[in-house]
Write a protein that binds this ligand. Structure first.
Ligand SMILES: [Zn+2]
Length: 487
């Protein structure tokens, strides 16, 4: 409060030198729109555009116009010499039901008038969508108030913000169903994909391996081949530090793990007694010293020591184990209940990050990965279904990302991968995305105009081919694609 009074006095002094009749305008940016104004400045800065909001002010008014349009206008911009005034009718349907992105689009449209001096334009793209959010008529262009529609058009926001801040922006990939992605793309539409896509990983020959319906598969150049091994059931799949593929499964009452030696599958680990710890294995990995780590349905964690002996790591609570990943500096990350356990080795007790009583909302961890800088990226799922993206660094601790600020508004992170350069990629409800240092890539960089896919998993091979598994947004058909980004 004291701060705003100080600002106001400063303005009074400045303006009172010029004219005593004209009181200076009182400019306010209310809390209700502050985050949108902040984001406008952020998006302008990302695009190298200087903007001046020193004369900007907001008012909330009902019935912004009289006559036939009375009650229909959601917002207006009025520019005078000292004041760029945006008035918003918060009782308008667009505002009431618009959601955060609807509010943003309304505010950004008016900032287009008031700050960027842009007039209305009604021009259209080849798919009949408006070419700009500076259109005067029509529904919202990316912040639609129908949540179902909004999920299908939120990917358009990247283009509309580009266009708002630079009118020479060329048409987006989604304006044309036949538009090619920026990189060569192979689409795999095999029927088997609808049965699931588990433990995807790539080998040293850049072929993709995965498990579906208890069967092992490997990618060919443009097809998916079944690979036969002598297991009665497959539990999990992983690769070691050299890129060799390992398969865990069972035969009779014994669990076992094997790998391919000169293309011949050989059993390397095997239960010594019926229904041993390997029998119900759920996930396994090899640490930086090639020691085996795994956990099973019984909730027990097992680690191979330097003598090749596999020992159980006892946890007093015996809580549910759900996920495991390699961590920074040779650590192994284990998700147990709401805890993230960080094991530096198999002897010392792990460091524990609790996701149920920290600054973060309660939630379970659905995926995690460590990037080239040692940052652990974590997708947490809250009880109410909201998905959060969290980063952990040992030096600075846990940080939840504001998804709208990192170019992921109304977008779910569903799978994580790290490429050969150590950079994070996302399988998201809004296409494949790459971390650009402080935000995620624009939709059209790594996605085709059609089909638009909601990706649930992503893997990247050593050649920089990005493998994405997901669902066609219109036909709901499961698809796998390979994008040759060469990164
Ligand atoms: Zn307008």
């Amino acid at each position: 409060m004291r701060y705003s009074v100080f600002i106001l006095l400063g303005l009074l002094l400045l303006v009172s030198c010029q004219s005593e009749e004209d009181p200076p305008p009182i400019r306010v940016i209310p809390d209700l729109v502050q985050s949108h104004v902040d984001r406008f400045l952020l998006e302008a800065e990302r695009r190298g555009r200087q903007v001046d909001i020193s004369k900007l002010s907001f008012e909330f008014e009902n019935d912004l116009t009289s006559g036939p349009n009375r009650g229909l206008v959601v917002a207006t911009c009025t520019q005078t010499q000292d004041l760029h005034l945006i008035q918003i009718d918060t009782t308008n349907t667009f505002w009431i039901f618009g959601g955060e992105m609807g509010h943003e689009e309304v505010v950004f449209h008016e900032l287009g008038h008031c700050i960027l001096d842009r007039p209305h334009t009604e021009s259209k793209l080849t798919n009949d969508a408006f070419a700009s959010i500076m259109r005067a008529q029509g529904s919202l262009s990316y912040g639609n108030f129908n949540a179902l529609v909004r999920n299908e058009i939120i990917h358009r926001r990247d283009y509309y913000l580009d266009e708002l801040l630079d009118e020479t922006t060329s048409a987006p990939c989604w304006a044309d169903d036949n538009s090619n992605p920026s990189f060569p793309m192979t689409l795999f539409q095999d029927d088997l994909l609808r049965f699931g896509f588990l433990f995807p990983t790539t080998d040293q020959n850049n072929q993709l391996w995965f498990v579906s319906q208890n069967q092992l598969y490997r990618s060919d150049q443009d097809a998916l081949d079944a690979v036969s091994i002598d297991f009665e059931g497959i539990n999990a799949l992983t690769r070691d530090q050299q890129g060799n593929i390992w398969v865990a499964g069972k035969k009779g009452d014994r669990g076992m793990i094997g790998t391919f030696v000169n293309d011949v599958f050989q059993i390397i680990y095997e239960d010594q007694q019926p229904l041993g710890p390997l029998f119900d294995l759920r996930q396994f990995l090899f640490d930086q010293d090639d020691h085996l780590w795994f956990f099973n349905d019984q909730g027990s964690l097992w680690v191979e020591d330097t003598q090749g002996v596999i020992n159980e790591i006892i946890d007093q609570d015996n809580r549910f184990l759900s996920r495991m990943a390699l961590g920074p500096d040779g650590a192994v990350l284990v998700v147990r209940g709401f805890d993230l356990q960080i094991y530096q080795n198999s002897i010392d007790p792990p460091q524990i990050l609790n996701f149920n009583n920290s600054i973060l909302p309660p939630g379970s961890i659905s995926d995690l990965i460590t990037d080239g800088e040692g940052v652990v990226w974590i997708i947490t799922q809250r009880f109410q279904g909201a998905v959060t993206l969290v980063r952990y660094r040992s030096a600075t601790g846990v940080e939840a990302l504001n998804l709208a600020d990192v170019n992921m508004p109304d977008t779910f992170a569903q799978g994580l991968a790290v490429d050969g350069q150590g950079v994070l990629w996302l399988a998201s409800s809004n296409g494949l995305k790459k971390w650009e240092g402080s935000y995620f890539s624009n939709y059209c960089l790594y996605n085709a105009g059609s089909p638009i896919l909601s990706f649930s998993d992503v893997v990247i091979d050593a050649m920089g081919n990005v493998w994405g598994y997901g669902e066609d947004a219109t036909t709901f058909q499961k698809k796998l694609l390979r994008l040759e980004t060469g990164s």
